[in-house]
Design a protein around this ligand. Structure first.
Ligand code: HPA
Length: 289
């Protein structure tokens, strides 16, 4: 702890103060952290032996204001996995820095999560994918104008220059693909590109992103993945393609379409998450029991 007077707490101190506040509410130790994107928050309502903590009760936690995002941390068991889930996240377009948007993910890792499963709603850049397609993230392209690791580095959290060759764990991608086929859920795989938002992309930007080799575009995820990797957790990312990106069909985009598709696909998405949790437990990928 930083005891010097007048010095603001360091990032390390803030992460550990937040984790400590959670530990004061429960001695449950999670091994997997879930960041539940638009429409998926309900997944944590199915946790057994659960404890829910409002973000407002956790020191230094940013608050989310997006409709449909609850803003609480839920700890509990699902499919034999000890989980901590974020019901709601903050986005950079709300005015937060990338580091602030990613802060909760750091707390998930500090609480014990060895694997972070991050989900999101995204626009499809691949014209062959209909809305409702689920995409396993193979890699990402960061076009956000801020980085979650910008600023002084604290070696206690992780290295100055984290490697991103395997940002989305190849072993866990294989596991997720097997879990999906076992559960009868079709799962595409591709590259996610993060854009700052909050406007959706222009058709010209969509063409550029397609040219860059991206398959899905969204406004979240990358800051959280960067801090999870910084802290040594392994990551699985899954996008729900809620709409075809701007200009592909000529139809205008709306947040209503995004939430409608997300809720239509929710049950399938939840079966996929259950299958992945089951496989993580069966394959002993979560470290301690
Ligand atoms: N673009 C960016 N973010 C999104 C989209 C999109 O088309 N759909 C859902 N989130």
């Amino acid at each position: 702890m930083n005891h010097a007077e007048n010095l603001p707490p360091t990032l390390y101190d803030r992460v550990h103060a937040a984790a400590q506040a959670v530990r004061e509410r429960t001695d449950f130790v999670p091994h997997v952290g879930l960041i539940l994107g638009s429409g998926l928050g309900g997944f944590a309502d199915g946790f057994a032996k659960s404890v829910a903590i409002d973000y407002g009760d956790i020191p230094h936690f940013p608050q989310s204001h997006v409709v449909g995002h609850k803003g609480r941390l839920v700890l509990g068991e699902r499919g034999g996995a000890c989980c901590v889930a974020m019901q709601g996240r903050v986005h950079m377009y709300e005015g937060h820095s990338a580091a602030t948007a990613a802060f909760p993910a750091r707390v998930l890792v500090a609480l014990g999560a060895k694997v972070i499963i991050v989900t999101n709603a995204a626009g499809g850049l691949n014209p062959l994918w209909a809305p409702g397609t689920l995409m396993l993230i193979r890699d990402h392209i960061d076009l956000l104008r801020d980085h979650a690791l910008r600023g002084p580095n604290d070696e206690r959290l992780g290295p100055r220059f984290p490697d991103m060759t395997k940002a989305y764990s190849p072993e866990l991608r294989t596991l997720a693909k097997h879990a999906a086929s076992g559960a009868g859920v079709s799962l595409e795989e591709g590259v996610y590109v993060a854009m700052p938002g909050p406007t959706y992309e222009t058709p010209a930007e969509v063409k550029m992103l397609q040219g860059l080799g991206a398959d899905a575009t969204g406004m979240s995820t990358v800051p959280e993945v960067c801090v999870a990797r910084h802290m040594g957790a392994r990551v699985i990312g899954i996008s729900c393609i809620t709409n075809q990106a701007a200009g592909i069909t000529g139809q205008e985009l709306s947040h209503d379409e995004v939430t409608e598709t997300a809720s239509r696909v929710r049950k399938t998405f939840e079966s996929l998450l259950d299958a992945i949790l089951g496989a993580l437990v069966a394959k002993k990928e979560l470290g301690a029991s």
